[in-house]
Design a protein around this ligand. Structure first.
Ligand SMILES: Nc1ncnc2c1ncn2[C@@H]1O[C@H](COP(=O)(O)OP(=O)(O)OP(=O)(O)O)[C@@H](O)[C@H]1O
Ligand SMILES: [Mg+2]
Length: 396
């Protein structure tokens, strides 16, 4: 899969950007606050219909627009040797998307045509932060490779919303039917939730092997990185679909009184998580910042490989702000992992001449005041060059 051409109009500070892209690594460089992350965000937006920085679309509209603000992003992509065209436009009131000129009915229909994996400094949260971030990680990987997973997820979220509303208002639809069964919403949670949990359990099993290998390359002297799926619906490690449904149902029945008192559904895949351990120790509590960052990168690169295995197409890797605070040995090994052959768009506020060769950049583009300046190609150089100041470190 490849992003061949990108046009951006009126997205944050990017007024008009048109760019042809090559298959390798493109490095966007420049001072702080010029629009580097905005470029990656725009690519993510056309690929998924959402920003990776905010839940509020209007933040992406240019604030200095003279008329009504409109953002439009178009991408010409190639998938399985066939060219496609994706487009999305956003106004204060609405968001529209097109695939090959045909308007899409649902935003979810965009997903999977241009698969993306984003790596940002905030990803340290994958190892150190709340379960929400790890659930989003599982969902983004799975939803982009499986429209069926996405459909179950959307149905589950809707059933959960409706059940929680019913719990809040003590709606009569929650009354037990006298047969000791579950309420109608809970049955829907079970039907979709089991599919979600089984898909996540299996994905984490596969991602764990990839992440362990990648982590070993970044930090060979640390113990192995291990991932363990934790089900919020009580599903066991070997449960089949039937056993999983029974267990989830039983947990919902057990907690029915508590849920009614708390007016909230407390059991289900919306409480899923996975634990990361290095050398047997939970990374969240015992990992150093460097270990947490390395584990997060291993998870992201594992996601790239996993999506490639699942679909036979590599996703586009969007790597924001490379060169963060790691010791130089670890950083060199880590940056070397970006030479994966996967199409990558990376950004740095550091020196592109230092970072470029380390990540095998084919091209460096300066971003200045929302405009792109395509200068000389970065010399392809595979040998390590002496490090001057911290390459890629934020110069804020
Ligand atoms: N809605 C918006 N409309 C116009 N400009 C915006 C909007 N949102 C953000 N900006 C501006 O976009 C600029 C650049 O943002 P971006 O996050 O891409 O910078 P960057 O080059 O990645 O910088 P850094 O190196 O600090 O990460 C900032 O000056 C910010 O004020
Ligand atoms: Mg940035």
């Amino acid at each position: 899969m490849m992003l061949c051409e990108l046009t951006i109009e009126g997205f944050r500070n990017l007024r008009q950007v048109a760019l042809e892209l090559s298959p390798g690594v493109t490095l966007f460089w420049g001072r702080n606050a010029q629009g580097k992350t905005n470029v990656l965000e725009a690519v993510h937006y056309v690929a998924t219909g959402r920003s990776f920085r905010t839940r509020y679309d209007r933040e992406c509209l240019p604030w200095d627009s003279e008329g009504p603000a409109v953002a439009r992003i178009e991408a010409r992509i190639e998938r399985g040797g066939v060219a496609h065209h994706l487009a999305i436009s956003l106004t204060e009131r609405a968001k529209f998307a097109w695939l090959d000129g045909k308007a899409l009915g649902r935003l979810g229909d965009l997903l999977g045509h241009l698969m993306v994996v984003v790596f940002t400094p905030d990803d340290i949260g994958l190892a150190a932060g709340s379960p929400v971030l790890r659930r989003r990680y599982m969902d983004m990987a799975l939803a982009q490779v499986s429209p069926i997973y996405l459909a179950h997820l959307q149905s589950y979220v809707e059933a959960l919303r409706q059940r929680n509303t019913a719990l809040r208002t003590a709606d009569s639809s929650l009354q037990a039917d006298g047969t000791g069964g579950l309420d109608v919403w809970a049955e829907r949670l079970v039907a979709h939730g089991v599919e979600i949990s089984l898909a996540r359990r299996s994905a984490i099993g596969e991602l764990a092997m990839l992440a362990r290998e990648l982590y070993g390359q970044i930090a060979p002297s640390d113990g192995p990185l291990v991932l363990e799926y934790r089900s919020g619906s009580g599903i066991g490690g070997n449960d089949d679909r039937f056993a999983a449904a029974e267990r989830f149902r039983a947990r919902l029945l057990e907690s029915a009184a508590i849920e009614r008192a708390r007016r909230q559904t407390g059991i289900g895949p919306h409480r899923d998580d996975f634990i990361l351990r290095i050398g047997g120790k939970d990374v969240r509590y015992y990992g150093s910042q460097g270990q947490q960052r390395s584990a997060a990168l291993a998870l992201r690169l594992a996601e790239v490989k996993w999506m490639s295995h699942k679909t036979g197409e590599s996703p586009l890797l969007l790597a924001d702000d490379l060169g963060v605070e790691l010791d130089s040995e670890r950083r060199q090994r880590l940056l070397a992992l970006f030479r994966t052959g996967v199409q990558t768009l990376a950004t740095t506020a550091g020196d592109p001449e230092i970072l470029g060769p380390l990540i095998g950049a084919d091209r460096a583009i300066e971003v200045h005041a929302g405009r792109l300046h395509c200068g000389a190609e970065v010399e392809k150089q595979r040998t390590n060059r002496p490090m001057g100041r911290e390459a890629g470190q934020k110069n804020i």
